[in-house]
Design a protein around this ligand. Structure first.
Ligand code: ADP
Ligand code: MG
Length: 476
């Protein structure tokens, strides 16, 4: 606990002298802060990021700390510094901030094993990466990518359930688990979460996670150094093998060949394999047939593009994690506007929060628009004709196929015209291009639709409002 008398005595020193707290007091404060942090961020993140921090001194309300690497410093500054300072402040009101620097002499401060933990890319050989045996190093796993931090919604619930199943199962439930989906939708997050879970619950199992790119580099290196037997041994002795972004080895024949054999050897021994890719197995161009058929053998789970609800859920969860107080209007705005992927959504949120903290201004929609204008513009451009068709069809309760069909009934023709109008307004596509996307219609049909919708809008405020609503939904 904190010794209140000594700390207040220290902070009551005369102005002229630099205000410095003695080491024992500091350490006592630090351990109180630690306890709270550990409860907040969980054991894994705590071990990775907080444990290696060394407290040097407190001077004039600034806590000076050091960490072993630059990478760690940047990470802590970005993710934890503010929180550490604010917990500290709740104990000792004089504390205002944290200053993180890299310590020059690493070895006396931390045992070597700890050092390895810092770098997410830790582990230069398969043994290191097979973490189970060593128990503690991060093995290339991101401490934030755990199941608890994964927000589940319609687009990812199947992939999530399948991942949990693999993580929790005692016997291999399906092999391989193949996760696929577009960029930034959570594939790597789920894979790391599986690895973390297994390492926590059954540490005796060896889990090896690596990107397909790394797999290839290791393989090439093994050939160059004539150590292919070691390579094979290493890969074939793990309990769980996870290869991320397997599309990378498309078109790379000998790596595929080696991967194929590794794959079969592991499956034969009843070991679990988890693969991710940006496309389904059958859509992977440049993959050998026999490999594709193996990949298709287990459970194939896709992660769909995010929905508005999922994006909002993710924002709320992230805001809570970083303890940022963000008006719900701003969160809704972001969830509407940044539709491309979760990585950008997170990045946007972080920028908005950092900006408001930096300049000490409230977070508003206007400030958000200002700070994120580049990101918002990039997302604006990404509205596709398909999305427009889908949104309008949903809104008007017709089938998406009616956007392409020849049916002329007003109940489908009008929504179709609205969709064409919106396509013209919201995308950079030409009239003929738009026509083609609507069942191969002529550009004059599109032109007619645009005019018709404009005319209706000017005559019927209810209709205008409806179109406006659709436009806003699509734009954000
Ligand atoms: P991918 O590997 O599919 O390209 P990642 O797994 O790297 O995507 O995810 C990108 C970022 O978005 C990560 O920071 C990840 O934590 C976050 N993310 C993605 N999906 C979710 C989700 N459902 N809940 C919380 N965070 C998510
Ligand atoms: Mg990834």
């Amino acid at each position: 606990m904190i010794d209140a008398t000594s700390s207040s005595a220290i902070f009551n020193k005369p102005e002229a002298e630099p205000q410095e707290t003695d080491q024992d007091t500091i350490l006592a404060q630090w351990s109180t802060v630690n306890a709270q942090l550990r409860a907040e961020i969980g054991e894994a993140a705590f071990q990775s990021w907080i444990k290696p921090i060394k407290i040097r001194s407190i001077e004039d309300g600034v806590v000076n700390v050091t960490v072993p690497t630059r990478f760690m410093r940047d990470w802590i500054v970005a993710h934890y510094a503010e929180r550490i300072a604010s917990i500290w402040q709740s104990e000792v009101p004089e504390v205002v901030s944290l200053d993180v620097s890299v310590r020059s002499d690493r070895s006396p401060v931390q045992p070597r094993e700890n050092m390895k933990r810092q770098t997410p890319a830790a582990g230069e050989n398969a043994r290191d990466m097979a973490g189970g045996r060593q128990g503690h190093n991060n093995a290339g796993l991101d401490a934030r990518f755990v199941f608890d931090n994964f927000v589940v919604g319609k687009p990812n619930e199947f992939a999530y359930a399948a991942s949990r199943r693999v993580a929790e199962a005692e016997r291999v439930p399906f092999n391989p688990l193949f996760l696929y989906g577009g960029v930034g939708l959570g594939k790597t997050h789920l894979m790391h979460a599986i690895a973390w879970h297994i390492r926590q619950t059954t540490p005796e199992r060896t889990v090896l996670y690596l990107s397909a790119e790394k797999f290839m580099h290791r393989f090439v290196q093994a050939i160059r150094e004539s150590t292919t037997m070691d390579f094979k041994d290493q890969f074939r002795s793990v309990d769980v093998l996870m290869i991320d972004d397997v599309q990378f080895i498309a078109g790379k024949e000998s790596t595929q060949e080696e991967f194929f054999h590794t794959f079969n050897a592991l499956v034969d021994q009843g070991r679990q394999i988890v693969i991710s890719a940006d496309k389904s197995p059958s859509d992977l161009v440049g993959m050998e047939e026999r490999l594709i058929s193996r990949l298709n053998c287990g459970l194939v789970a896709d992660i769909h593009a995010t929905t508005y609800e999922l994006r909002l859920g993710i924002l709320q969860s992230k805001a809570a994690q970083i303890r940022a107080d963000i008006p719900s209007k701003v969160m809704e705005f972001l969830a509407h506007k940044i539709t491309s992927n979760v990585r950008e959504l997170e990045g946007g949120l972080n920028r908005v929060v950092a900006h408001s903290q930096l300049i000490g201004r409230d977070i508003t929609i206007e400030a958000t628009q200002e700070v994120l204008h580049d990101l918002l513009r990039a997302n604006d451009r990404r509205v596709s004709i398909e999305e427009i068709q889908k949104q309008v069809a949903n809104h008007c309760n017709i089938r998406i196929s009616d956007m392409h069909s020849a049916r002329r009934a007003r109940s489908v023709a009008r929504p179709r015209q609205v969709a064409m109008y919106l396509a013209k307004q919201l995308t950079a596509r030409s009239l003929p291009e738009i026509g083609r996307k609507f069942g191969g219609r002529d550009h004059t049909t599109v032109m007619h639709a645009v005019r018709k919708v404009e005319e209706l809008k000017s005559m019927d405020p209810g209709f205008a409002e409806d179109v406006e609503l659709l436009r806003r939904m699509l734009e954000g």
